[in-house]
Design a protein around this ligand. Structure first.
Ligand code: PBG
Length: 322
């Protein structure tokens, strides 16, 4: 069921206490796809909420980055217009918002980035000086690290818009390739466009990429508890903990990758110079049962090592902070 924000609430059968949950989402095709799957599992009703980030065409970094997409959803949640909201976890600012809680992290999708290039090419096969689109300083640095000759072009807009740039009729706008999150393409059924999968070791992605955050008002977490997937939360929180400890925003050139393997939580993070010429990497692991706050403690070790090695001098970490 889909309806606009202003529509009135209506109980569906089953008596007054068992009202259908209202689940808020942004209206992009990607947001609808991922929230639709969550709504189905909860038997919830989707409520589409328009956000500033969807209406404005300014580069994200200039908009103040983190939080632009999340703000309208959070407002609607705090105002009681919906019972829960679904975010791409990587788009959620690291600072907690009083009164709200990430009540569930569902099982995470593939965290990798992918290249979508015309002619079926991989990155190494693109012609010298090829034009590759991304709006992310991390992806720009990673592209230039492998191919310093590339012209990295700032792109924004939804996944279809970005893929469309590969076949743009206007030659000045046409790109040879774009870098995207595999999770987004998968949710939209567009994995056919992928020409190269970037390994997480060589190309760590945005903290919590591929994960969703289902937010409720504090104290109402039970409403969505059945969605929770603990290993996904641990990994996503460890990665986000690095950003928080680095005091970095979503536009910082930072990649992080955590996995839970044989009970061990492993976290690796990398900070890039904007031109990709240098980077710093740190990795640590711990057994979650040995720690009081495993994700935060692991992130602290990794981020502490990066800062001690000069991460704050290497890269503009504060870019895109709210
Ligand atoms: N920054 C926008 C955004 N937020 C979440 C995804 C993809 C899905 C995900 O990572 O959960 C994307 C698109 C992209 O980076 O290609």
């Amino acid at each position: 069921m889909l309806r606009g924000r202003a529509a009135s609430r209506r109980a569906v059968g089953r008596g007054a206490d068992d009202v259908t949950l209202r689940l808020g989402t942004r209206g992009s095709a990607l947001a609808l796809a991922q929230a639709g799957a969550v709504a189905q599992r909860l038997g919830a009703e989707l409520v589409v909420i328009e956000s500033e980030g969807d209406r404005i065409a300014t580069p994200l970094a200039e908009l103040g980055g983190a939080g632009v997409f999340a703000a309208a959803l959070r407002e609607a949640l705090l105002a009681g217009e919906v019972d829960a909201v679904v975010h791409s976890y990587k788009d959620l600012p690291t600072a907690p918002l009083p009164g709200l809680s990430v009540a569930a992290v569902p099982k995470r999708a593939d965290a990798r980035d992918v290249l979508c290039a015309s002619g079926g090419r991989e990155l190494d096969a693109l012609p010298a000086g090829a034009r590759v689109g991304t709006g992310s300083p991390r992806r720009r640095a990673q592209l230039l690290r492998r191919r310093p000759d590339l012209e990295v072009v700032e792109v924004r807009g939804n996944v279809d818009t970005r893929l469309g740039r590969l076949a743009d009729e206007d030659a000045d706008r046409r790109l040879d390739a774009v870098v995207l999150a595999a999770a987004g393409l998968d949710r939209l059924g567009r994995l056919d466009a992928v020409t190269e999968w970037m390994s997480l070791t060589a190309w760590p992605t945005a903290p919590a990429q591929g994960a969703l955050a289902v937010e409720t008002r504090s104290g109402e977490e039970k409403k969505v508890a059945k969605l929770e997937h603990k290993p996904s939360r641990l990994a996503a929180e460890a990665e986000r903990g690095v950003l928080a400890r680095l005091e970095a925003g979503c536009a910082a050139p930072v990649g992080a990758s955590a996995i839970l393997e044989d009970g061990l939580l492993l976290l690796s993070a990398r900070v890039y110079a904007l031109d990709g010429s240098q980077h710093l990497t740190a990795s640590h692991a711990l057994y979650p049962e040995d720690a009081v706050r495993p994700a935060a403690e692991l992130a602290e070790r990794v981020a502490g090592e990066l800062l001690a090695a000069g991460a704050a001098e290497l890269a503009p970490l504060g870019g895109g902070r709210p």
